[in-house]
Design a protein around this ligand. Sequence first.
Ligand SMILES: Cc1cc2nc3c(=O)[nH]c(=O)nc-3n(C[C@H](O)[C@H](O)[C@H](O)COP(=O)(O)OP(=O)(O)OC[C@H]3O[C@@H](n4cnc5c(N)ncnc54)[C@H](O)[C@@H]3O)c2cc1C
Length: 423
Amino acid sequence: MPEPLCDSLWRASAPAAPSLSKLEGRLVADVVIVGGGFTGLSAALHMAKFGLSVAVVEAQEIGFGGSGRNVGLANAGLWMEPDQLDKTIGLEAGRTLYDALAVAPDYVYGLIDEYAIECEATRHGTLHASVGKSGLAQLERRYEQMARRGAPVQLLSASEAQARIGSEKFNSALFDPRAGTIQPLAYARGLAKAALEEGAKLFDYSPVENISPYEEGWLVKTQQGEVRAPKVVLATNAYSEQGVKEQARKFVPIFYSQLASKPLSDAQLASILPNKEGVWDTCTVMSSFRLDQQGRLVFGGMGGKGDVLANWASQRVKELFPVLNKVEWDYCWTGKIAYSEDHLPHCQQLQNGLFSVAGYSGRGIGPGTVVGMELAQWFTGQRDNLSIPTTLLRDVPFRELKRVFYEVGAQAYHLGQKAHALD
Ligand SMILES: Cc1cc2nc3c(=O)[nH]c(=O)nc-3n(C[C@H](O)[C@H](O)[C@H](O)COP(=O)(O)OP(=O)(O)OC[C@H]3O[C@@H](n4cnc5c(N)ncnc54)[C@H](O)[C@@H]3O)c2cc1C
């Protein structure tokens, strides 16, 4: 059973979820979507809008997976450097995907406006902040590649970055004004409400136990109900459980945990992220930080939650922001990221009419929203294909070993952090 969502700041501060019920009895639809995160909900919203009858079946609550647990950085593009993307999937496919995701924040903030989604949305940009020489070199490379493709990014000097972040520990930052921050669970719940308004049917606490061929399509079964449809989309990413468990073998699950402080004082907020950008750093074992609407510092790092992470986070925050002499944490929660072998999301057609979308590798707010919309366009004949790769993923070799390697590596890094000065 995956970790509950109840310890998260996002669950404590999100507007109420729409009231749904369990799937019971028999239903027929054009499309069944398994999983109520950004991908499934955006797909349902757009499919319903384009006239398809669609049912979303979620095992737990809406946003239970990565969508309700993430940092909330609504970024353009993918993690991968743009030139690397071209190398990985070829120039033409690379450019198509790059272009589709360059405008991903426009789609996210467009839906937020259109459906009046209350999700603490700010669009003040994000900062990819560099540590050390290699971090700076990485940002210079990224800046050059993104600027060459016309992205309006700015490479900030050390003093600019330090003033924007409120910390002297960074030697530069890549500012992307297209991006922003959201309250991710609130966005997921808002997408669910919007999908209901468009006529989609949504069911929560209904784990799909079995999917089997049925006449020309598929029969999706839960304990108390079933839906028949010609098309099924598995949008379960890192949280693939029960009847879709085998999907989990296609990627390595990596934990990322976050802590949220008590609201900071006005004096502290005057120097820490005064423009409210979201930040992540260039360290191999990455960390991220941002503010929420109540002025809490939300700080995250790779690895599962526990004393090692909490001690490291308290220490690191003190180093970054001396004005926070002693930080008190109110919330701590963790989430699972689905790392695919090529670090790209894939839409696989597992069998005729049975699709799976997975492998966002930690960048799923914009991509999940866009892929959901593209799926709806594809299924209604408005496009010939998706922007993300549609190749089949193999099961990751030595998956469990890799998972343990990343987890132990993150914990060891956090334990040894004091010994290695960050600057
Ligand atoms: C800690 C963390 C931080 C992140 N930070 C960012 C960030 O700042 N910016 C960004 O862009 N991305 C970020 N990501 C990535 C992003 O959150 C994910 O890529 C995205 O949420 C994936 O959405 P999804 O809809 O595909 O899957 P999910 O949101 O994981 O949804 C899958 C759903 O499927 C359901 N499910 C599973 N099995 C079944 C079943 N048998 N029957 C029915 N339902 C089932 C699960 O309960 C779950 O709700 C982060 C991820 C994590 C974990």
